[in-house]
Design a protein around this ligand. Structure first.
Ligand SMILES: Cc1ncc(C[n+]2csc(CCOP(=O)(O)OP(=O)(O)O)c2C)c(N)n1
Ligand SMILES: [Mg+2]
Length: 360
């Protein structure tokens, strides 16, 4: 080792600006090559529109007292759907935080169960055995070690699956994230750390969440590549995630992706963002709407127009309406159902609770 007598800091690891393929006006950058064909772009658009319509309906029901609190995704549709489309439902796992409903639905989870989950019905906690998704997770970052365990476990079993773990800028301050990232780096686990930087952790802004210049820049510290992407650009999010999935599948280990986006609605229905979000900043982000961007891109190719927007909107709204009608009619849960769908057999603690609750 050469002796270094001059104290030196590791250079600022600020990465290049976020990767972007589509301008906010939907114009494809010169030389940009999307990894999605037009039919898949339209299919993704539908999931984005569906995700938003699902939240509009949920919000209305919550205000009528028919649904519990929930965390809306509005503004983050490209980040959520673009990344999900990079995963293969037949072999890859999605491990969500709590805003990723359309990603889970695209991966095969039932929309009715998402609605029931939001209504507090235990049936909403059930996931079909063949569907490779984990349940929404409220305890921040606790899902990230699970994603690493899943990815590493699949590798040990000789499978070629990849785990995509979602978490927020706030969750990235939790020990669970750092420990999981370190382990994934050491084990070259096939995991995508998909960090949605929506600028807020409830009312705590990103600027005071971490003193790191950039959250993606933490990646080399765990021995993995870090990528920064425009999270409101469906094509860019999909492409960087697809490349990361490919690397993970090829045995090259994990990737940390920071998707720069903005939470356009409240943190949850229990929050009032007008108390802390600067309306001018919000207005700037409104001009980068991820859904509009895709529509403009398709329109420039002669594949979209206002009529198609209206038709898709009407179709999706009818579908969402139907899901919530079914959810409202769903039979009430039996009292012991709250103990179902998590463990195959009661743990001693669950057995005690069940006995206390239901008298054995
Ligand atoms: C371990 C833990 N600490 C605190 C909370 C309370 N809490 C719920 S959401 C949230 C903010 C999370 O922010 P972020 O990870 O950026 O995700 P976002 O809500 O912005 O999508 C906090 C502090 C929690 N759920 N779990
Ligand atoms: Mg956040």
């Amino acid at each position: 080792m050469t002796t270094n007598t001059t104290p030196q800091f590791v250079p600022d690891a600020r990465p290049v600006p976020p990767i972007r393929l589509l301008s906010p006006d939907g114009v494809l950058a010169d030389g940009a090559e999307p990894a999605m064909d037009d039919a898949t772009v339209i299919e993704s658009l539908r999931y984005m529109v569906y995700g938003r319509a699902f939240d509009v309906k949920s919000f209305s029901l919550q205000r009528q007292g028919k649904l519990g609190t929930f965390a809306p995704l509005v503004g983050q549709e490209a980040s959520i759907v673009g990344s999900a489309f990079a995963a293969d439902p037949a072999r890859d796992w999605l491990v969500p935080q709590y805003r990723e409903a359309p990603a889970l639905i695209r991966h095969g989870h039932s929309a009715l169960r998402v609605a029931l989950y939001r209504m507090g019905h235990p049936e909403g906690g059930r996931i079909d055995a063949n569907v490779k998704v984990m349940q929404f997770n409220i305890s921040l970052a606790a899902q990230v070690p699970h994603a690493v365990g899943l990815g590493w476990g699949m590798r040990l079993q000789g499978r070629d699956g990849v785990a995509v773990g979602y978490f927020g800028d706030g969750a990235s301050s939790e020990g669970d994230f750092h420990e999981a990232a370190n382990l994934a780096g050491v084990m070259k686990a096939p995991v995508i750390f998909f960090l949605q930087n929506n600028r807020w952790a409830i009312s705590t802004p990103r600027e005071i969440q971490s003193n790191a210049t950039d959250l993606a820049a933490r990646a080399p510290g765990y021995g993995m590549p870090g990528v920064s992407v425009d999270g409101n650009d469906l094509l860019a999010v999909h492409k960087v995630t697809a490349e990361a999935v490919e690397r993970a599948r090829a045995g090259e280990g994990p990737t940390l992706i920071e998707a720069h986006t903005f939470r356009m609605w409240a943190h949850t229905t229990a929050d009032d963002p007008t108390r802390y979000v600067d309306p001018e900043v919000k207005e700037r982000w409104a001009k980068r709407d991820p859904i509009e961007r895709v529509r403009k891109y398709l329109a420039a190719k002669g594949l979209w127009d206002d009529e198609r927007t209206a038709a898709m909107q009407a179709e999706v709204e009818a579908e969402v309406e139907d899901v919530f009608v079914q959810a409202a009619r769903y039979p009430d849960a039996a009292p012991d159902e709250v103990y179902a769908h998590t463990f195959a057999e009661d743990s001693p603690a669950i057995a005690r609770q069940r006995e206390w609750h239901l008298g054995g």
